[in-house]
Design a protein around this ligand. Structure first.
Ligand SMILES: O=C(O)CCC(=O)C(=O)O
Ligand SMILES: [Fe+2]
Length: 254
């Protein structure tokens, strides 16, 4: 990693609970701002566009019509920068939810490509990773690279209305994968690129929790969420290569 891209401590990274202004929201949606620099985002965006245009895409093998680019197919520098950014975001969220960390495998991270001339958005669904969290990192810039888009959440509580997350370039949103319905709002122009990884929740002891920050960034699995998880295994898709991948890729259409 170059000197200019050194990770910051997670405590220095702004983290906002969504929807804004509702301190007691039960939705567990967080926006962690500025975890990937603008130059690193642009590098990743260019590499993803190149892969996408060359047809180096995959799908999740289930009913959602996404065309994704695997992070593992990007140049090593982009992979390293994205890994640090996701770990920083995960570490920051863990500070909000003590006692829990998230584990995620970078080998399974992918970039969702929305294109105004092709797939513009994603209909309402929940993600398949049971009791896990979804991390979405925006690597193309609103208004410059695309217009429209955003993630709409449907908390489902009697008094809770839907709300939208529209993070800026290099920011990440984190939310419970299997309990919170959401959709990708359609874009009107350009390409909206989102790095996506599904993480597993892990309980940690007080001793582990007290470990130094540097460990958390370099070695520790990333952090979070504590929502109850309904059993939705009967609804999952079945087309990914291995069982674990199929489970985390599968999205449930509501
Ligand atoms: O487009 C978005 O903001 C949401 C993406 C999403 O929900 C997914 O890829 O599973
Ligand atoms: Fe999703």
């Amino acid at each position: 990693m170059r000197a200019a891209e050194q990770p910051r401590a997670s405590r220095d990274v702004p983290c906002i609970r969504l929807p804004r202004g509702q301190t007691r929201s039960s939705s567990h949606v967080f926006e962690i701002q500025g975890v990937l620099s603008a130059s690193a985002c642009d590098r990743a965006r260019d590499a993803v566009n190149e892969a996408f245009d060359a047809g180096r895409t995959t799908d999740r093998g289930v009913s959602l019509p996404t065309q994704d680019v695997m992070v593992s197919s990007l140049p090593q520098r982009c992979q390293d920068e994205i890994k640090v950014a996701l770990e920083l975001a995960a570490g920051r969220v863990s500070r909000e939810l003590p006692g829990v960390t998230l584990e995620f495998a970078m080998s399974r991270a992918f970039v969702i490509v929305y294109d105004a001339k092709r797939q513009k958005g994603l209909k309402k669904h929940t993600d398949g990773r049971k009791e896990g969290a979804t991390l979405l990192l925006l690597i193309s810039k609103p208004q410059r690279d695309f217009v429209g888009g955003g993630t709409r959440f449907f908390p489902g509580g009697i008094l809770e209305s839907s709300f939208d997350a529209k993070p800026g370039l290099g920011s990440t949103i984190v939310f419970p994968s299997d309990t919170l319905q959401h959709e990708g709002l359609p874009i009107k122009r350009g390409r909206r690129l989102l790095v996506c990884v599904f993480a597993t929740k892990k309980q940690i002891s007080a001793t582990e929790e007290a470990a130094p920050e540097a460990d958390a960034i370099e070695d520790k699995p990333a952090p979070i969420l504590d929502s109850p998880a309904p059993d939705i295994s009967h609804l999952r898709g079945k087309a990914c290569d291995d069982r674990a991948l199929a489970q985390e890729c599968a999205c449930v259409i509501s």
